[in-house]
Each structure stands twice: as C-alpha cells, then as structure tokens.
Design a protein around this ligand. Structure first.
Ligand SMILES: O=C(O)[C@@H](O)C(=O)CO
Ligand SMILES: [Mg+2]
Length: 260
C-alpha cells in the first residue's frame, strides 16, 4: 500500500503555513514535505511535527534567489560557494527535523551557455553535497522538472537524472520521480515506472493530476492504475501529494480514501 505525504507548500493553501501541519494530521496524514523551511527556526517546525505526530520526509535545499527566478544553483559554474553554504544550512535543518531526504534543485541553464560546463558543475556539486549528506545519513534527490513550468530547467528527463547518478557514483544520491512532470515531458509513465523503480534509485515519488496540477483523480493520468503498479513493482518509499487543490483541500481528498 503506497504511503502518502502531504506537500504543505501546495496543499492547505486555505491555512497559514504553520497551521497546515494540524490540517494534514487531521486528514490522516502521518508525513509531510514542503519546499523550504528556512523562513522558520527549526525548533518551530520541529514542535509542529511533534505536536501533530508527523514526520518530515522531504524538503529542498536553498534554491538561490527564488524571487528573481533562480531554481537551484547546482548546475551553475561560479556559484559553488553559495551552493555549498546552502547545502550546509539545509543539512543543519535536516538534522533538526530528522528529515532523511533533501531535494537539490539543478537550476536554470543560462541562455547560450554550452552544456559541458553546466554538466561538469552539476556533477561536481552533487558529488560534494552527497559526501556531506552521507555523514549524517541523508539521501540527496534530483528531480526532472518540466520546461513548461520552469523554462530552461537543466534537468528535465528521467534518463538524464539516472545518467547523472551513474556519473556521480554516490550511493546516497537518488531520483525524485514526479509523475506530473514525467507525464508532461515524456509520457509513457507506466513504462518509466517499470524501467526505473526496480533499480532502487528512485528515492521519492510525487503526484498530481495532469495538466492542471490539481487532485490526482482529475486529469489525463489514471492514478488507481499507477498506484497498483507502483505497489506491484515493490516501491516502499513515500508518495508526495504535490498538487494545487481546486477548493478546500480536505474536501478533495476522496481519491486518497481508496488507497489508505
Ligand atoms: O515538482 C516541484 O515543483 C517540486 O517538487 C520542487 O521541488 C521544485 O519546485
Ligand atoms: Mg515535484
């Protein structure tokens, strides 16, 4: 039976961020993920998790200047010092929150820059970060993201992500397989699940309906079919519910009841 985590960056927008922990617990979630913890002291977040019996299963390393359009620093030559400072800060939060996974965003490829220096920076940064993370038992994740939502994003395809894992060669580096992005970029979702889940290098899955990124039971993907397949393939990790609810989040969770 798949295990579902509530993504608090997208679910429960009807509540202030810190109140989303209680809302997720009230709906029966035992785990949460969200993009960034850095606006809050770790103790505040730890208390919310403890108060509501929740575990934190994923968050993202600092992405650079998000408001200015940056979406990660890992592939950007010349930004290594900032990248390393961000990983250090993220690992401190991971320790405080007892979070075993950290998503490291690749970044937007600067227009006109050749591929090779970006790829070299990406692999070197990930190798350094994975070595730091290994010291505290944290797995780093890289997530292919569709270029319609994030134009120019460096990492868009599953195969590219798995090639990066092979090149870096760190046991604690895995793929965050977001089926929403996968369907938009590549399609053939069940074939990709059959191709990649048995290899054991998918460390986290996320879901949303396609194309609106709303509830999973709305859109072109058949999640009842996909959840059964994910089960059949022996995936025992978390599935993050990373979608924008159409209305009140709780009212739209009917799809989940079938899978509890
Ligand atoms: O899919 C997404 O958008 C997220 O998982 C993420 O980490 C970057 O926004
Ligand atoms: Mg995602």
């Amino acid at each position: 039976m798949p295990r579902f985590a509530a993504n608090l960056s997208m679910l429960y927008p009807e509540h202030d961020f810190l109140d989303r922990f209680a809302a997720a617990a009230a709906d029966g979630f035992s785990a949460v993920e969200y993009l960034f913890p850095y606006a809050y002291p770790a103790e505040v977040l730890t208390r919310r998790l403890a108060e509501h019996g929740l575990q934190q299963v994923l968050f993202n390393a600092p992405p650079g200047d998000w408001a200015a359009g940056e979406r990660g620093l890992a592939c950007l030559p010349g930004r290594e010092a900032e990248f390393r400072a961000g990983i250090t800060e993220a690992l401190a939060y991971a320790a405080a929150l007892a979070c075993p996974r950290l998503h490291v965003m690749a970044g937007i490829a600067p227009a006109g820059m050749p591929w090779e220096p970006l790829q070299a920076a990406y692999q070197a940064n990930l190798a350094w970060a994975a070595a730091q993370a290994a010291r505290q038992g944290v797995t780093l994740l890289i997530e292919p993201i569709n270029g319609r939502d994030m134009p120019g994003y460096f990492l868009q395809r599953q195969q590219q992500a798995h090639e990066v894992l092979a090149a870096v060669g760190a046991a604690n580096l895995s793929v965050q397989m977001d089926l929403y992005h996968l369907q938009i970029v590549e399609g053939d979702v069940s074939t990709r699940l059959r191709q990649y889940l048995p290899g054991g290098r998918v460390g986290h899955i996320q879901i949303a309906g396609v194309p609106e990124r709303q509830e999973p039971d709305r859109g072109e993907l058949n999640y009842d079919y996909l959840f059964a397949l994910i089960d059949e393939l022996g995936y025992t990790g978390w599935i993050g519910c990373e979608y924008r609810p159409r209305a009140a989040t709780s009212a739209g969770l009917g799809w989940l009841q079938r899978w509890r």
